[in-house]
Ligand binder design. Structure first.
Ligand SMILES: [Zn+2]
Length: 116
C-alpha cells in the first residue's frame, strides 16, 4: 500500500476501500478517491486573460470584444469594465462569473477580457 493512502481526517494508514469509498477504521471517516482534489486543481488551472496574465478573484477586467448575452438582445460592449470578478469552473469555456451594470450577472470567457 502506498504511503499516500492515509485518512485525510486523522492520518490513520489502516484505511480500506469499501464500494468506491475509502473508510478509516480509526475515526470512521468516509471519503471518495484520493485523486478527486488533484483532478479539480488540474482542471481549474490558471485562468488567463487575452494577454496571458493570470486572473484572480476580485480582479477588475475590461472586455476586449463585443459579447452577445445569451438569450437576450443585450451586448456587452468592448471596453466595458467589470469589477470584482469571480473565477468559476469553466467546463463550457466561461470561466469568469461577474456582474455587469445594466446587464446583470453573467459568465465570461477569460480569452475575451484583459486585466485592468
Ligand atoms: Zn481517520
Amino acid at each position: 500500500m502506498s504511503d499516500e493512502h492515509k485518512c485525510p481526517q486523522c492520518g490513520c494508514e489502516h484505511i480500506y476501500q469499501d464500494g468506491g469509498l475509502w473508510v478509516c477504521p480509526e475515526c470512521a471517516h468516509e471519503w471518495n478517491e484520493f485523486s478527486t482534489s488533484d483532478t479539480d486543481a488540474a482542471s481549474t488551472g490558471d485562468v488567463r486573460d487575452a494577454n496571458g496574465n493570470v486572473l484572480s478573484d476580485g480582479d477588475t477586467i475590461t472586455v476586449t470584444k463585443d459579447l452577445k448575452v445569451k438569450g437576450s438582445s443585450l451586448v456587452v460592449k468592448s471596453g466595458t469594465k467589470v469589477k470584482n470578478i469571480k473565477l468559476v469552473d469553466g467546463s463550457d469555456g466561461h470561466n469568469i462569473a461577474c456582474k455587469i451594470s445594466g446587464i446583470g450577472a453573467m459568465n465570461l470567457k477569460s480569452e475575451f477580457v484583459k486585466k485592468s
